[in-house]
Design a protein around this ligand. Structure first.
Ligand code: GDP
Ligand code: MN
Length: 393
């Protein structure tokens, strides 16, 4: 789960990571009150969406920049009026962009230099990794690609925690002067405490800045949390913004399904995450493109299968459906009954290929055959994948 910058910065403050003074507005009516909480003078107006690259983004009406420097609060008020409710397109939003439903005003800070600092999980070593660079403010992917030697990585032993020598190593690599080093040391330790205690999966500060006064500040904040740990953090779960999530994914999570929307046109309905992954692979292998990842789980009910169909059909790009079930715990006939019901309910108008194998498969195939519905049966995964790719081509 992701949160907005203003929410992430509230958590930063709680853990002692320094940020500029700021105030959020979620409606036009809140703009004046938010600005009133900031001192008079240079103010930043920042569009709050769950995507980066806002500064270089463009609004649908041509207005440029989702992060704006304003010399006065009066100008900030005017810019706020142009941003709120407008749709911002950035390198990370896709061409459809995102509607800006909240704004964050911050006191504009003077920047001496911009850095990059992040903590995330390194899957290869199963450890938190701190990534730091002197090349902040710009696209970090570009730095990773063109000058990887400028990205410094420190792996943290989760049992031991972040050691002082590791904090010093980061500070040394970033070349801070003594005053900056003192401030940065505290910031890095606080950030690691937040990462650990909130079960975050990523915290990214781009840019982390040094100020002419000699301190460090987190100027931006991008934080995501491990969904599977949110039950331990109701106060973080309360920050969830469903407007920022794919409605199909929200419906799927309500139905207890794991669904991730992709940009292809062959919808997949599969039991088991591993089989779902290989199903997407085999669709690709035959020249097709999967429209989603969908795992109905090991013990799906008829209702869940129907819900899965509704979600799949809610995607206008879908031109065909591939159901790939290996019945281990799963009873193939439960799936078959669910499919028949869903096809009848939705009056399905597109090709549907079903491959059933395993537990109670004979009854499952009979249910499909007896239904009289135009369902194509696949004898193996390859046979079925080949068929659905041909049918949507
Ligand atoms: P992003 O474009 O979505 O990554 O949004 P950021 O919060 O990182 O803002 C974009 C850029 O605006 C930053 O890289 C900074 O260069 C600039 N910026 C943001 N806040 C301030 C500020 O308080 N003072 C100054 N001078 N520049 C800022
Ligand atoms: Mn940024």
């Amino acid at each position: 789960m992701n949160v907005h910058e203003y929410q992430a910065k509230a958590l930063f403050e709680k853990f002692g990571v320094p940020v500029s003074a700021g105030a959020a507005a979620r409606t036009a009516g809140e703009i004046d009150a938010a600005l009133a909480r900031l001192p008079e003078g240079p103010t930043m107006v920042k569009a709050q969406i769950h995507a980066g690259g806002r500064g270089k983004g463009t609004f649908k009406d041509g207005f440029k920049g989702g992060v704006k420097f304003c010399p006065t609060k009066a100008e900030a008020r005017e810019i706020a009026g142009r941003m709120l409710g407008n749709t911002l397109v950035t390198a990370q939003t896709g061409p459809a962009g995102r509607v800006v439903r909240a704004l964050y005003f911050t006191e504009a800070s003077a920047i001496k230099k911009e850095y990059y600092l992040a903590i995330l999980l390194d899957r290869a070593t199963s450890r938190p990794v701190i990534v730091a660079s002197t090349e902040g403010g710009v696209e970090i992917e570009k730095v990773a690609h063109e000058t990887p030697e400028k990205l410094h990585k420190v792996l943290v032993d989760p049992a031991y925690g972040l050691a002082d020598f590791q904090v010093r190593e980061i500070i040394f690599k970033l070349g801070f002067n003594p005053a900056e080093a003192k401030s940065a040391g505290k910031l890095i330790r606080s950030l690691y405490a937040m990462f650990w205690e909130t079960d975050a999966s990523m915290i990214e500060i781009n840019p982390l800045i040094t100020t002419p006064a000699g301190g460090t500040l987190a100027l931006d904040a991008k934080v995501s949390f491990d969904d599977n740990a949110l039950f331990r953090h109701p106060e973080i779960l309360a920050l969830r913004d469903l407007n920022e999530e794919d409605p199909k994914e929200v419906e799927a999570s309500k139905a207890g399904l794991s669904y991730i929307a992709l940009d292809g046109n062959i919808a997949c309905l599969v039991n088991g995450a591993g089989l779902a992954m290989s199903t997407m692979d085999i669709i690709k292998h035959f020249g097709g493109n999967p429209a989603n990842f969908l795992d109905v789980g090991g013990g799906a009910t008829k209702e869940q299968v129907s819900a899965a169909f509704r979600i799949i059909l809610g995607d206008p790009h879908v031109k065909g459906i591939f159901v790939n079930i290996f019945g281990g715990i799963m009873d193939c006939n439960v799936i078959a009954l669910g499919i028949v019901e869903a096809v009848r309910e939705t009056g399905l108008k597109m090709p549907l290929v079903v491959r059933l194998e395993g537990n109670n498969v004979v009854a499952g195939k009979k249910t499909l055959a007896d239904s009289g519905l135009p369902i194509t049966s696949g004898d193996s995964m390859a046979d079925a994948a080949g068929k659905i790719v041909k049918l949507v081509a």
